[in-house]
Design a binder for this molecule. Structure first.
Ligand code: ATP
Length: 265
């Protein structure tokens, strides 16, 4: 059995989330990593690509309240709160880099923790839904998370985030360290989550595979967005081909460079 044999039921009912970010700056103390970013995360699957140290993790941490930020972050036109628990309540969940499961707890216990802000009755219903969508996790419900393979742990981390019924799911390099087949399975699941109605923002280093499943992409370099566009076109852009793919394609570059005067859209 694969991880993704059928469509997901986990979708958000109602309007799909739209995150609008304007003038976002964040960093560590006096060290500013992100400078004045403006971008949109529209319904569907958006990826942020970029080299090591570009600020991708910093971006997700700033959006998730783990790092102080400046600028406007609007979820469907409303200011996103700054405290993480309020951000979760507002419908935003993060699958952090490195998964950060509790290794000495079972799969079921890890999942339940993902629903800590959900009312108890809803939590049970939500867990049942998550186990339906991730049938392999039902088989493993009583296994200690720390004894699972890297790919299985990543699935637990995604399923745990879905326990809070997010309208916006953010993932930080979910494919890191996974075998190629597992990366493919994971990306199919991320795509299904987006198709089922949860807006997805995913940071990835696996440029080719990420652009193959995404709707739109942004390229972050040294804390600034340098290109954006539909994923299909971005994959053929000179920015991506030269810096990441080393491809020899001669397709015309139709993506919109964002350097300096970016107009979000
Ligand atoms: P990677 O793909 O390697 O994870 P990234 O694009 O996610 O890279 P970040 O982890 O956001 O990049 O790091 C951006 C910059 O911020 C780097 O220069 C990094 O050294 C710095 N940085 C990250 N975390 C901290 C921290 N806790 N304190 C100080 N500087 C930090």
């Amino acid at each position: 059995m694969h991880w993704s044999d059928r469509p997901f039921e986990l979708g958000t009912r109602g309007r799909r989330a739209h995150l609008a970010v304007r003038g976002l700056s964040a960093g560590y103390g006096a060290f500013l990593v992100l400078r004045d970013l403006a971008f949109d995360v529209r319904p569907g699957l958006t990826v942020v690509l970029g080299p090591n140290g570009a600020g991708k993790t910093t971006l997700l941490r700033a959006l998730n309240g783990l790092l102080a930020r400046q600028g406007d972050v609007l979820l469907d036109g409303n200011d996103l709160p700054e405290a993480t628990h309020e951000i979760v309540r507002a419908g935003v969940a993060l699958v952090p880099e490195g998964r950060q499961l509790f290794p000495q707890m079972t799969v079921a216990e890890n999942l339940e923790l993902g629903g800590w802000l959900v009312a108890r009755a809803d939590r049970r219903r939500r867990l049942e839904q998550v186990l339906q969508d991730f049938p392999k996790l039902r088989e493993r419900a009583s296994q200690l998370a720390g004894t699972m393979s890297g790919g299985e742990q990543q699935m637990v981390a995604v399923a745990r985030a879905m326990m809070s019924a997010p309208r916006l799911l953010m993932l930080d390099e979910p494919s890191l360290g996974l075998a190629p087949r597992m990366v493919d399975e994971l990306l199919v699941i991320v795509r299904r989550i987006a198709d089922a109605g949860t807006t997805v923002l995913m940071v990835e280093q696996n440029v080719k595979k990420a652009l193959a499943v995404a709707d739109r992409g942004y390229v972050l370099e040294r804390g600034a967005l340098v290109a954006s566009g539909p994923a299909r076109l971005l994959a053929r852009s000179s920015v991506i081909r030269e810096a990441y793919l080393g491809a020899e394609s001669t397709a015309p570059d139709t993506t919109r460079p964002m350097a300096r005067a970016a107009t979000p859209g």
